[in-house]
Write a protein that binds this ligand. Sequence first.
Ligand code: OMP
Length: 287
Amino acid sequence: MSDGVRPFGDRLAEAIDARGRLTVGVDPHASLLAAWGLRDDVAGLREFSLRTVDALATRVGVLKPQAAFYERHGSAGVAVLEEVVAAIRAAGGLSIVDAKRGDIGSTMQGYADAFLREGSPLAGDAVTLSTYLGFGSLIPALETAAAHGRGVFALCLTSNPEGASVQHAREADGTSVAARIARAAGERNAAEIAAGAVMGSVGLVVGATVRDAAATLGVDLEAVGGPLLVPGLGAQGGTAADVRAVVGAAWPRSLPSTSRGVLGAGPDAGSLVAAADQARRELEDQP
Ligand SMILES: O=C(O)c1cc(=O)[nH]c(=O)n1[C@@H]1O[C@H](COP(=O)(O)O)[C@@H](O)[C@H]1O
């Protein structure tokens, strides 16, 4: 890490202390634009996104804009994503750009430059990455993230039912693909924690819908030492109890995430805040 750059894990811990751990996805689906009375065009996309940032950036731990819903509007949509990342930062919030990029290492450096390098307009505070070209293919991104005080969230146990066919597969020694990824992330984080970070900058994505998968697959999420992004809460059927069951002792480092579950309450800012507050209360009230 360069001198003077604060590790992502430290900044995230501070955000959780200040605003809680609820993460809200900024997912401007065409159907949500319509429900908010907006057109499915770049102006509607911008209005939806900035209203969401205005309402929630100072009220929830993290906002997670979903790149796909910006890219579907072409380069003008990507420019709105840049504006959203800047607006979250200007409001003092933290962002994870949900881009789920994955490629061979040499190309991964390009993604790292786009999403993790200081000064890039698409760089939030962290990015989601796909691990299925092998965890080692992510190394250029992990190094860029660490150098620039940013984080990555590597897909481990995703919330969709199809994920199991890849992630639950086992190697000859019985280790699951998901466990291998968790272990590799843990090794990277251990070095950062040994150097004084409160948590590592290599996070994992573990869906709220995979209630007992971590135990079944022998993935020790507590040992990973990095943050856990836990999507699938709300529209995909995951509950607050599911989140707690999935993350177990790693709760202090977890980021339960919902998009439609909160955005569906819009467009009124007060209703968005109320929906986020209710989701947060349900999570905190779990025994
Ligand atoms: O990386 C993610 O955020 C993610 C991983 C995963 O396993 N499942 C998952 O649903 N997501 C994302 O989380 C969001 C879920 O949205 P809702 O189902 O509306 O809450 C979408 O943007 C998904 O792309």
